[in-house]
Design a protein around this ligand. Structure first.
Ligand code: SAM
Length: 247
């Protein structure tokens, strides 16, 4: 299987940053209203995949207007969420939307170069943004870097497995310069595995009005691979313990 966007890309040089900023600058104010039904479904799906129960710290990459953050703090009462986005107008709206909520903060950043240290987050979510990224491999590497061992990456995006999405690809490419490409479910799964993640959930679904979507939830190993192997070897077979005390 060949990954379409796997070539090394100088993101700073290649990313149409000015185009992106202009595009979302124009769209920001009506974004939530225009995409209401689509957002409810796709972000609902991401929330479902996320399903956390404690004080997890979550990073939302390409957070847009902060709609996912709004839904997440409402649904999960103890989590905190940091949203990053490259478009100032979207980050501005996210700030406004969640003013007064100390559990949600937002800042400007590119998805491929995050201003965070290693292993800072319990989960990284990227919804409806992967199709903008010229270097998904670079981005994924960065997301895995900021994920703590045992943490989860959740990606929801358009999916090239649907025939009408393959047609849509050419249409969107013509009219939207912020669009790069969409992946197949298998491509994203393979990419996640290349970075040492274990894919726990991978599914496709439809979002209104006609978008074919993918959702992948993948977990970073709890221990570095060599240590994990060693830990496995160190465990004595359970049967020995169980039978040793029996009559
Ligand atoms: C379709 S919107 C999705 C926003 C939000 N995740 C949602 O589902 O409503 C895509 C967002 O990704 C952001 N974006 C695109 N490329 C980006 C990049 N390289 N780094 C950070 N944000 C990016 C855009 O500015 C935009 O806000």
């Amino acid at each position: 299987m060949r990954l379409r966007c796997s070539k090394a890309v100088d993101v700073k040089r290649d990313m149409p940053k000015a185009v992106l900023v202009r595009h979302y600058g124009r769209l920001a104010a009506r974004y939530d209203r225009r995409w209401q039904a689509y957002l409810a479904q796709t972000l609902g799906h991401a929330l479902e995949a996320l399903r956390v129960s404690g004080t997890e710290r979550i990073l939302d990459v390409g957070c847009g207007t902060g709609e996912f953050a709004r839904m997440a703090v409402e649904r999960f009462p103890k989590v905190s969420i940091v949203g990053v986005d490259a478009a100032p107008a979207m980050v501005g709206l996210a700030h406004t939307k969640l003013t007064g909520c100390s559990r949600a903060t937002f800042q400007m950043s590119r998805a491929e170069a995050l201003p965070f240290g290693a292993e800072e987050f319990d989960a990284v979510v990227c919804a409806n943004t992967l199709h903008h990224l010229p270097a998904p491999r670079q981005a994924l590497q960065e997301w895995v870097r900021v994920l703590r061992p045992g943490g989860r990456l959740i990606v929801v995006d358009w999916c090239r497995d649907f025939w009408h999405c393959r047609l849509m690809h050419y249409w969107v490419k013509l009219f939207d310069r912020t669009y790069t490409a969409m992946l197949r479910l298998g491509e994203l799964r393979k990419l996640a595995e290349e970075f040492g993640l274990t894919v726990e959930r991978a599914d496709r679904f439809m979002a209104k009005p006609f978008y074919g979507m993918l959702c992948v939830s993948a977990r970073k190993a709890s221990l570095p691979a060599p240590l994990a192997r060693q830990a496995d070897e160190d465990v004595e077979p359970i049967a020995q313990h169980e039978t040793s005390g029996s009559p």
